[in-house]
Write a protein that binds this ligand. Structure first.
Ligand SMILES: NC(=O)c1ccc[n+]([C@@H]2O[C@H](COP(=O)([O-])OP(=O)(O)OC[C@H]3O[C@@H](n4cnc5c(N)ncnc54)[C@H](O)[C@@H]3O)[C@@H](O)[C@H]2O)c1
Length: 246
């Protein structure tokens, strides 16, 4: 990919799954990585640095604005700049609407929607000042099409698409791009929570390839959208779903 060498990328939720695969992919492209996660990200840092780039782990709770500001300050202190933010931290608290608690609603909105607002707000002054930057966010096919048992998750994942499109309109003139990736069902810890019977009978049946996606296949989309190859792509939602929604 063009233009990722020596870039600095903050990836939230990079301790595992899609975020970790994305950290490794950006490292392969020559970018330095801030592994930002609530959970321990030191294993990701080790694997990233083995690829010959620099990486740091910053523990962050994306729901806490002060925490998020500290994350961005640390990135700038160590690397001197931020070029790419990948808003990827996310959780699920699934329940059918008639059983969904306010607590489950708040938890998912706080991380998956407000967390994206917080991280983007904190990075914005820096990328506006340098007149370049890319902000990418992990949405989901569930945000576009809805899903039973995921009122909270669908609301947040649809919400980040609206935010991304608004930011693209507001800030294209500042040399900054905003895009979403909408994964289908990807083989990570999050999907391991789905009962096997539901996975086989309700989910895989909808995927023409009859398989889950790999985290690396989502990471490739992030690398493309952050690169100069995508420099006229702004406000877009790139589905990485194996055609499961057709
Ligand atoms: N796996 C899928 O099928 C799938 C499909 C569509 C979208 N997504 C989205 O992809 C993203 C990554 O999910 P994944 O599948 O890799 O799951 P994952 O559980 O492996 O990774 C999520 C990461 O986010 C971190 N995190 C959670 N809450 C946090 C917080 N408050 N602050 C900081 N970090 C926090 C977790 O510690 C974890 O490392 C999520 O936004 C998820 O909604 C996943």
């Amino acid at each position: 990919m063009r233009g990722l060498k020596n870039k600095v990328v903050i990836i939230t939720g990079a301790a595992s799954g899609i975020g970790k695969a994305t950290a490794l992919r950006f490292a392969e492209e020559g970018a330095n990585v801030v592994v930002a996660d609530f959970a321990d990200g030191t294993a990701t840092v080790k694997e990233v640095t083995e690829k010959g780039v620099q990486a740091i782990y910053v523990q962050v709770n994306v729901t806490d604005m002060e925490n998020v500001k500290t994350m961005v300050a640390k990135a700038i202190e160590v690397f001197g700049k931020v070029d790419v933010l990948i808003n990827n931290a996310g959780i699920t608290r699934d329940a059918m609407m008639k059983k969904m608690t306010k607590e489950a609603w708040d938890a998912v909105i706080d991380v998956n929607l407000t967390g994206v607002f917080n991280c983007t707000s904190a990075v914005l002054p820096h990328i506006l000042e340098q007149k370049s930057g890319v902000v990418l966010t992990t949405s989901s096919v569930v945000g576009i099409y809805g899903n039973l048992g995921q009122t909270n998750y669908a609301a947040a994942k649809w919400g980040v698409i609206g935010m991304t499109k608004s930011w693209a309109k507001e800030m294209a003139k500042n040399g900054i791009r905003f895009n979403c990736v909408a994964p289908g069902f990807i083989a990570t810890e999050m999907v391991k929570k789905i009962p096997e019977q539901v996975l086989n009978e309700k989910i895989l049946i909808k995927v023409p390839a009859m398989r889950l996606g790999e985290p690396e296949e989502v990471a490739a989309a992030f690398a493309f959208l952050a690169s100069d190859d995508a420099k006229f792509i702004n406000g877009a939602v790139l589905s990485v779903d194996g055609a499961c929604t057709l």
